[in-house]
Ligand binder design. Structure first.
Ligand code: AMP
Length: 459
């Protein structure tokens, strides 16, 4: 495997790569970066976890002229959550290049602050197609100097109906630009989009080599429709169910299943597109910080998850098509860790399983499910509990202030404290479940940064 130092990258970028501990290129990086750095268009089949963000991030930063105050790189993503992750990753890679201005522009967020932050052109914009299109139309964003356009998770963007917005964006930006297209799957629409938007692209598909290929065990379980929930509860019982993602095809099932699991003693939450952004953020925080054990989600909503290796992914309903199934199981067993993907299948859903079998080209492994009697009430509580503090960046509250208050006055060990997420007006901190009440009492009695903020537990 090759080192990044074999590439003609700026010293500042090589330094970032070293700081991030990337010793070798991932296969997708090794295959796509040389062509991207030559300025070629690239179409790459790459899943989350393949290192694709660093690949296009390094490439666009390499071609950036910081002294030119104009928009030079545009990255389009299907969801706000993904845009946030991509922005974070690019910021880390740009850490050693002074004065890079990057803006994240997504729908569902108020336009006013975005317009204010566009008073001076950023160098890089990461955003969702609808909102980026709107800014280009209004003239608040200027695309004339764009050198690189990245389409990340292009298949999802097309699934979500962003095709027209993307075509319109391309009409509104500099004619000569490099287009880098990343997609987990290659349906015909992606091939068409590539033909429309790219010039003589270099095609990159990576077979993960044996040693890094994540070991995903797939199990298919036939179950009668009426017993699906019991089957789900049974699959979630035990160690693996401490951090599991459950996919449903329909939004209304997501809520009902999460509630029922909760009633049966699991720390379960629902995630779907009908929820307010704030509630969605909160659910994502709680699942990531391990204070929710089971997340029940629709496919689209689950795109926002930034978690690398879930031990267990369950399809409560069979995915409608093999591509969606592949996306789902890609959530487990990443980064070299083993994972288990289980799919519940009713007799009526059998054709969908047959379809997946055909695409996989190997016979599916079917497992019988023996129902064992429930063992007492509380089955799977998450290891952590979340406390919300009604203060955030707006109050100049930083993670270190919260950590300081908990380990200082409140007398906790740093090892009892999990992830801390600070948003504009709120902050979330995960505490070992059995210590959460004590931590809250002590925090309420004491102060954070010399002030008293409202604090409450979630769940
Ligand atoms: P992505 O596929 O872009 O979502 O990246 C998956 C994860 O791999 C991220 O957490 C990156 O920080 C990490 N990563 C990217 N490139 C490398 C590399 N060359 N070596 C090790 N980790 C990497």
């Amino acid at each position: 495997m090759t080192s990044f130092h074999t590439l003609p990258l700026k010293a500042a970028l090589l330094a970032s790569v070293d700081t991030l501990g990337y010793n070798r290129m991932t296969p997708i990086q090794a295959q796509s970066l040389p062509a991207m750095l030559e300025g070629r268009d690239v179409i790459a089949q790459a899943q989350t976890g393949s290192g694709k963000t660093a690949a296009f991030g390094l490439s666009l930063l390499q071609s950036l002229s910081v002294e030119m105050i104009r928009l030079q790189a545009l990255v389009l993503c299907p969801t706000r959550e993904l845009a946030d992750q991509v922005s974070k990753a690019i910021r880390k890679l740009a850490a050693n290049i002074p004065n890079v201005k990057l803006l994240t522009l997504c729908g569902g967020m108020p336009l006013g602050p975005q317009l204010a932050s566009l008073a001076h052109d950023p160098h890089i914009v990461v955003g969702t197609p609808g909102r980026v299109q709107e800014h280009l139309k209004r003239g608040s964003l200027h695309g004339g100097g764009i050198k690189v356009l990245v389409l990340d998770e292009a298949d999802r963007m097309l699934d979500m109906g962003f095709s027209e917005a993307i075509d319109d964006i391309v009409k509104r930006i500099a004619k000569h630009h490099q287009t880098l297209l990343f997609s987990a799957t290659y349906p015909e629409e992606i091939r068409n989009a590539s033909r429309r938007l790219q010039r003589d692209p270099v095609e990159v598909t990576v077979e993960a080599p044996q040693e890094t290929q994540p070991a995903i065990e797939q199990q298919f379980i036939e179950v009668e429709s009426a017993r699906k929930l019991d089957a789900l509860a049974q699959l979630l019982t035990g160690e693996r169910g401490q951090h599991a993602l459950v996919f449903c095809n329909m939004r209304r099932d997501v809520d009902a299943i999460a509630e029922e699991l909760d009633r049966r003693g699991f720390s379960a939450l629902a995630l779907h597109g009908d929820m307010e952004q704030r509630d969605r953020d909160e659910v994502l925080v709680r699942f990531a910080n391990r204070s929710c054990a089971v997340l029940v989600a629709t496919d689209v909503a689950a795109r926002g998850l930034d978690i690398n290796a879930l031990p267990l992914v369950i399809s409560y309903d069979m995915a409608h098509d093999p591509d969606t199934h592949t996306h789902r199981i890609g959530r487990t067993g990443r980064a070299g860790q083993s994972g288990l993907a289980m799919s519940l299948c009713t007799p009526r859903e059998r054709p969908k399983a047959d379809n997946i079998e055909q695409v996989l080209g190997t016979p599916l492994t079917w497992h019988p499910l023996k129902f064992s009697p429930p063992r007492g009430k509380t089955l799977n509580l998450a290891p952590m509990k979340t406390l919300v503090i009604d203060a955030g960046r707006q109050d100049k509250l930083r993670p270190s202030d919260i950590l300081g208050a908990l380990t200082g006055d409140a007398g906790l060990n740093a090892s009892d404290i999990g992830k801390i997420d600070v948003f504009t007006t709120r902050a979330y901190v995960a505490i070992r479940r059995e210590l959460a009440n004590k931590a809250m009492e002590r925090l309420r009695a004491g102060k954070i940064k010399g002030r008293n903020f409202r604090i409450r537990p979630l769940g």
